[in-house]
Design a protein around this ligand. Structure first.
Ligand SMILES: Cc1cc2nc3c(=O)[nH]c(=O)nc-3n(C[C@H](O)[C@H](O)[C@H](O)COP(=O)(O)OP(=O)(O)OC[C@H]3O[C@@H](n4cnc5c(N)ncnc54)[C@H](O)[C@@H]3O)c2cc1C
Length: 403
């Protein structure tokens, strides 16, 4: 089977990995970046705010509750959603090799964001700190003295005031790490690149050890700057400091999204998936036309081009359509745009097997599927983030392999 996936975010990569595992010859077409590159090391599957009555439920129970409450969301249309999420994540997280396995019987992992919010997410990149591992609930918020991109004192204060901070206290500890005069002006991702230098992590471990106040046990929370090149960038620090050390969930467009993008590319390469740097300009039932004039024939085509509101939407004949397939972009069952954030959930429609549907509600072709944030009903604001994209990507590929 020949398969072409359009879009190399988490959804497209999950689809590509599943297709490759099933024996298909897979190409992934992309020439830019999408939301995946902007995400942090915190992986959402069915996240809620700390104050929600659902916050203490297991992820599995939250998934079921979420699917019941939002019949328009792809989760609600998946048979045995918990098993499907588990199956997809087991394979994809394993291929990425840098995230904790997903434990759907747990309420997830408690993390801090660099905006001073504490929340539970489904899983995390190994680089990040699990706040529940902090000895005595005491967390040292380390920051590099003078570094303009991170105000450690404000961060520690905000985290201490967050409603999710029960049982935790935060102390800010400036450390001397940025040696050169202009280093204090560097962005987080630039400091992360510095962190790849051979001796930088050892030096950071030494300054953390020196800065540790007395013998009080601490977990160290660091900005998202622990290098770009390592599978577990916090490992050396944990060994050196002798306790939990990890990053906050980082800012949009920072080191964690960049590391995920690199790992997705590496996982595709390891699965013998061919990456093609190009934009798709049109899809019919059996081929993908590229903007460089080439055309790829395929038995299966998977559309994984990300949120319609991120630019993949055009007006045509008085209706909004997805530009490559010319299929309508709808709000699924929302009806109006009056609900907060509702527009983010606009997208293309699919049948229960994730086959793309056209204007007349009929399949565009038996071999054309869609997945990820391009689907109607999926929103950046709904707490299903990377998890919904991976799950629908994996399921679209399973459906394609099943024929
Ligand atoms: C700022 C931000 C922060 C977020 N943070 C988190 C987070 O911390 N945790 C979390 O779980 N979720 C987070 N999310 C949500 C999550 O990132 C998205 O839901 C998920 O990445 C969507 O994945 P996707 O593969 O469907 O789409 P995308 O990642 O957007 O991938 C779509 C890909 O398709 C490509 N593409 C588009 N058109 C074409 C074309 N014509 N030809 C070829 N390629 C094309 C794009 O270049 C892009 O690479 C965040 C979202 C945003 C916007």
């Amino acid at each position: 089977m020949k398969a072409v996936v359009v879009g190399a975010g988490v959804a497209g990569t999950a689809a590509a990995l599943c297709l490759a595992e099933g024996g298909a010859e897979v190409s992934v077409v992309d020439g830019a970046r999408g939301a995946t590159a902007l995400s942090s090391g915190a992986w959402d599957v069915a996240s809620v705010s700390s104050g929600s009555p659902l916050a203490d439920l297991s992820l599995a129970d939250r998934l079921r509750t979420f699917a019941e409450a939002r019949p328009w969301h792809p989760y609600a249309r998946v048979e045995a959603v918990v098993e499907a999420v588990s199956r997809a994540h087991c394979s994809v997280l394993n291929a990425l090799g840098a995230y904790r396995p997903l434990d759907l019987d747990s309420p997830g992992v408690r993390i801090a964001t660099d905006h001073g919010v504490i929340r539970r997410v489904a899983t995390i990149e190994e680089s990040m700190l699990d706040l529940d591992e902090a000895p005595d609930g005491l967390v040292a918020v380390a920051h590099f003295r003078g570094h303009r991109a991170c105000d450690g004192a404000a961060l520690a204060r905000a985290l201490g005031e967050d409603s999710g901070a029960a049982g935790l206290s935060f102390v800010d500890i400036p450390v001397e790490f940025l040696g050169r005069k202009n280093d204090v002006q560097l962005g987080g991702h630039e400091v992360a690149l510095l962190g790849d230098a051979a001796d930088a992590r050892l030096r950071l471990a030494a300054v953390l050890r020196r800065a540790l106040p007395g013998t009080t046990p601490h977990a160290w929370l660091l900005p998202a700057v622990l290098g770009m090149d390592f599978d577990d960038p916090a490992a050396l620090l944990r060994d050196a400091v002798g306790g939990p050390v990890g990053e906050v969930a980082g800012t949009t467009g920072g080191a964690q999204g960049a590391r995920l993008t690199r790992r997705l590319a590496a996982s595709r390469a390891a699965a013998d998936v061919t990456d093609i740097v190009a934009r798709a300009s049109a899809i019919d039932g059996a081929s993908v036309a590229l903007s460089d004039g080439n055309c790829l024939d395929a038995d299966v085509i998977i559309l994984a081009t990300g949120s319609a509101l991120a630019g993949v939407i055009v007006a045509s004949g008085g209706v909004l359509v997805e530009p490559i397939t010319r299929t309508p972009v709808v709000l699924e069952s929302f009806g109006t745009l009056t609900a907060p954030g509702a527009a983010f959930a606009s997208g293309v429609t699919v049948d229960d097997g994730l086959r793309l549907l056209g204007e007349d509600g009929r399949r565009v072709g038996d071999g054309v599927f869609a997945c990820g944030a391009i689907l109607a009903g999926v929103s950046y604001a709904d707490g299903t983030g990377l998890g919904a994209s991976v799950t629908t990507g994996w399921l679209a590929a399973e459906a394609a392999l099943a024929g």
